[in-house]
Design a protein around this ligand. Structure first.
Ligand SMILES: N[C@@H](CCC(=O)N[C@@H](CS)C(=O)NCC(=O)O)C(=O)O
Length: 198
């Protein structure tokens, strides 16, 4: 049996669950307590982060690798943008920005009390640079890199959602109306609601 060790509210685990669900690969999902990680998960991957996928005798313990593995099995809507190398490069760069830069700003904004050097609004404005970039990409189309969802949309969406949810009122009054619609569409999608069921 293929097993995904997951944590419901973890954005990395969310993107892995979405890609697996979309690909139709059947996995048993084990909800992990981050405070008491199961020994069998740690035996597979000593890093101690979720998600971890154990599949066909292989262990994949990076969410993006899990997404890529799932899409290699089945990618009915071409999330990989396989005939567009330029878009693929753009996708990789966006995900890298999300994971290496935006995620840092998100953490500082969300947990501003732990970073008293600057006010919360400072960290928020740092994160806003990425929101503005995404909003710009949505000009004239519904998704970031194509007229259908791709790896980049799904990989960054859980992080944008967290950022938006820190202060929904603030997010709702920003000029990023295309990004607001994009996020809402994902949040209401069957794909997202199905991976968030308790
Ligand atoms: N680069 C990893 C990051 C995963 C990650 O940091 N997950 C967090 C939860 S959102 C975690 O497991 N942290 C370990 C802990 O809190 O003990 C990936 O993409 O899978």
């Amino acid at each position: 049996m293929n097993t995904l060790y997951s944590f419901r509210r973890c954005p990395y685990a969310m993107r892995a669950r979405m890609a697996l669900r979309y690909s139709g690969v059947v996995v048993q999902i084990v909800e992990v307590s981050l405070k008491a990680k199961p020994a069998d998960m740690l035996a597979l991957s000593s890093k101690g982060t979720v998600p971890v996928l154990s599949v066909d005798g292989r262990v994949i313990d990076e969410s993006l690798d899990i997404m890529r593995w799932a899409l290699a099995q089945n990618d009915p809507q071409d999330w990989l943008l396989k005939d567009d190398p330029q878009a693929q490069q753009h996708s990789a760069a966006l995900i890298e920005k999300n994971d290496q830069v935006f995620k840092v700003h998100l953490n500082r904004y969300k947990y501003a009390e732990r970073y008293p050097e600057q006010p919360m609004a400072f960290y928020r404005s740092e994160g806003e640079v990425f929101l503005r970039k995404l909003d710009g990409l949505l000009e004239g189309r519904d998704y970031l890199l194509a007229d259908h969802p791709s790896l980049a949309d799904v990989a960054v969406m859980p992080f944008v959602r967290q950022f938006a949810h820190v202060d929904r009122e603030w997010f709702g009054q920003t000029p990023y109306v295309r990004l607001q619609a994009w996020l809402q569409c994902f949040i209401e999608s069957d794909l997202f609601t199905s991976i968030m069921k308790k």
